[in-house]
Design a binder for this molecule. Sequence first.
Ligand SMILES: [Zn+2]
Length: 446
Amino acid sequence: MDLLIRGGTVVTQNPGREVLDADLLVRERRIARIARRIQPQTPARVIDARGGFVIPGLVQTHVHLCQTLFRGLADDLSLMGWLRRRIWPLEAAHDGKSVRASARLGIAELLRSGTTCIQDMGTVHHTEEIFRALEEEGLRAFAGKAMMDRRHGLPRGLWEAEGGGDPTQASLRESAALCDAWHGQGGGRLGYAFAPRFALSCTEGLLREVSQEARRRGARLHTHAAESRDEVAQVREETGQGNVAYLHRVGMTGPDAGLAHCIWLDPDEEGLLARTGTHVLHCPSSNLKLGSGIAPVPELIAKGVSVSLGADGAPCNNNLDAFLEMRLAALVQKGRVGPEALPAKEVFDLCTLGGARALGLEAEVGSLEVGKRADLAVLDLGGAHTAPGGDLYSRIVYAARATDVTHVVVDGAVLVEDRRLVRMDEAEVAAVARAELKKLLRRVEA
Ligand SMILES: [Zn+2]
């Protein structure tokens, strides 16, 4: 059945950035028409959006669904301590059930706050549970298993080829098998992103091979880079190069590659990112909370670098809410550069069109235009905190909250209706997550 979003203000994000008082018709998962008054020719399900604002679904290009269970368990630490003391031991204790519970909790939070598309990095094992949850719950996503073929400092539960064999080949083999199983699934809604965790957790051989493997399969590349000063210093000590320059040397840059963070860049690395079309996945909450620093986003954009936004993981944020991320992305640059840096309209671009571009989906999502996939959210901006009016982008970026999202549609399917998840019982998802966390913490102690 067709879906009609009736009577809203449509924030199109089309090339003219038109904002239209219009109905929006969805047919077979795509936007079929946007016009002032649409009389459906066939019976249609109607969402009454009168008084509401219809926006493109928000896109977050760097998330870790497997970490949602660890919210509140790893505060006040810097990156390497955060990984070694908390996150790696916790991830090592995951089993399939706890990964599934973690992914479902994250998906529930993302959908409720208007995010319709993500790029996810899993942990070393049980990545199929993340894909299964994504397939069932309807989010659009690229995802992939975290690759870590250097064992130094890692708990045994995160070893590749734990049972024996070559860790590099095992990591590549498992990633390729996951790509074969999931790339293009969910009616094209799911894709594979090969995800070497970061330069320090991978051998040079793995990085070189994975870049070729991803390209052979038309999949994406997703890693972390230049996040903390310690990390960059260690990469320089081992390779004689800056972190991004090193990743470039091993083939991990290009229009199909996304590098999360990119805070501590050499001047020539900024040009390198622009020249190669490599995408910067900016995570301001995580960068501030871990004390990592502030990425030079306005400077990167001025040089022509593609920038998008992500919440990163629940234990380093501690939200997966794109509205908080948009607001902070703007504010943090105003404090660093000046009040004119990153206006609201530009930030909204990063979280819609910018996210789509970073995932190679610019022809499919990121704006509300006829022919594109029907990924959208309806906002109620009638609350006291967003009233009475003023610039629309300002209201969305600086004032709106996750709780203002009333409806969410992904690939034509209504997943949030009147502020409630359609496919998931939020209380049940949270209860299962609590129970799985309890069991996981017992495994950590054992
Ligand atoms: Zn991350």
